[in-house]
Ligand binder design. Structure first.
Ligand code: ZN
Length: 220
């Protein structure tokens, strides 16, 4: 880390200690003593422009967060490999017993864009390329639905379609499926538009993304 970056973080931490920590001191104390009891599992992209706590106005202890390249969820695969995302999903659902899971895609996602690039496999991108295979199905649907000449529309469509595919993958986890079927767990598909600072959610009755907080069907 460069001295300049470190200096910025040092300044930021000082400000956190004097302002944000002070404001939440009591809350942190309770969280430390009683443990966490988060409201939801948020599965978002590692992208530095997506800030789960900031865009949802969440406080410390509110969100259990998984971030990975492209907010992707690999299907349930009980084998001897190391599965970080799967382990965190299991922990959130089976141990913390959270009631809500949010998969949040976002605009201008580099992972989604790279699905449309011809990338030569090397020993420096082997895990990335394997991981991005989880975006192939939404890419196919997008290519059937949007003209390839409209590149930006194709990317936005793929980013949104991918969220729905990842929710389907979540349902391959026995713990998730069981709790969704018994009404103990709810899955949500979100999409965050970086320029607009707007979250949309997937309405599975209307088959479209609508702004979070907008009146639901049947409500006035
Ligand atoms: Zn992304």
């Amino acid at each position: 880390m460069s001295d300049k970056t470190l200096e910025e973080f040092e300044k930021g931490h000082k400000s956190f200690r004097t302002v944000n920590f002070k404001e939440n001191e009591e809350r942190f104390k309770v969280l430390a003593e009683k443990g966490q009891n988060p409201k939801a599992l948020f599965i978002g992209c590692s992208d530095s422009r997506v800030m789960p706590a900031m865009i949802t106005g969440s406080k410390p202890g509110d969100l259990f967060i998984i971030r990975n390249i492209g907010n992707l969820v690999a299907p349930y695969q009980p084998d001897s490999n190391f599965h970080a995302t799967a382990a965190a999903i299991e922990y959130a659902v089976s141990v913390l017993k959270l009631t809500d899971v949010i998969v949040c895609g976002h605009s201008h996602c580099g992972a989604i864009a790279s699905l449309y690039k011809d990338i030569e496999p090397t020993d420096e991108n082997i895990h990335t390329l394997k991981w991005l295979e989880l975006g192939e199905a939404p890419k196919k649907i997008a290519m059937m639905s949007v003209p390839a000449t409209d590149k930006e529309a194709l990317l936005r469509y793929t980013e949104k379609a991918s969220v729905i595919f990842q929710i389907e993958n979540l349902l391959t986890y026995p713990a998730v499926k069981k709790r969704v079927e018994s009404g103990e767990l709810f899955l949500h598909g979100w999409y965050y538009d970086i320029e607009e600072g707007l979250i949309e959610y997937y309405d599975d009755e209307r088959y479209e993304f609508v702004p979070l907080g907008a009146n639901k069907k049947g409500e006035s």
